[in-house]
Design a protein around this ligand. Sequence first.
Ligand SMILES: [Zn+2]
Length: 317
Amino acid sequence: MHRCTRLLVAASAFAGILSVPAQPAHPVPYAHLSRHPVVALTFDDLPSAGGLAPGETRVGIVTRLAAELRAAHLEGTYGFVIGSDLEDDDDAQQALRIWLDAGMNIGNHTWSHPSLTTLTAPAYERDIARNEPTLQRYAGHRNWHWFRYPYLDEGDTVAKRDSVRAWLQNHGYRIAQVTLTFQDDDFSDPYDRCTAQHNDAAIAWLKQSYMENVAEFIRLGREEQRLAFGREIPNVLLLHATRFTTLMLPSLLDLLHQQGFRFASLESVLSDSAYSLDPHAGVVNGGPFQNLFLNARHLKYPPFKPEPTEQLDSLCR
Ligand SMILES: [Zn+2]
């Protein structure tokens, strides 16, 4: 099951509140954007993101992903763990050990991945706390007190938002905000289907479409930051440890290099002063960090080409 898929709906619906309709693809003007943006990579739903193709294992995927990250000198990358996924799953448990043994870090993504919009604050806080023994057991001495909201949903009301933020602060957490996301996990099941069919033409389209989607949503996130903060801020990129994102990671890193990105730790990125700002607004189903400010200030979103969801859903059926 793709837990973060709903973010796509949330982000689209959210953007739809205030944005102009999506525009057709057009040459991307990067000239006005920073020449050397900064980004920290993060992975959600570790170690069980997306479906699992026949013959594939979490151990296999995470082993390859960690090797790619190490080859790019990205040790210390954070993965956000859902504890319930580890129960009675030796493959998932071993995969998480491999992630940590490779020099990566873990943070809290709740026990069962609820949306804050659907729960009371106390129930949500209990779900965060329920994940802690698992994180403690795996992380040992490492700092696992980083929290990633499932679906990037920080609460549909200010009261709920403030309650959970206060709970996190009182329990020593920092919030691992996200500025860049492109629904990478939506490409996972189509890739598995097309691979099973040996459909090389469809796989080639998937790879091209994935990279186009990356470029478009990175541009969008950066444009949104300029509107929300008057500048680009150091970025946090949300990815998932799926088979396809692991396969595409070298191409993604190449694109980021081509666009002048420098890689930084999550701690370094989130030390930017922008991350101490609070929009003091509830947002149904949430969204990336800068979007919360655009929404609170009733600012208009830049146009963007949406993800090809219909093609992805119908591909290799
Ligand atoms: Zn998630």
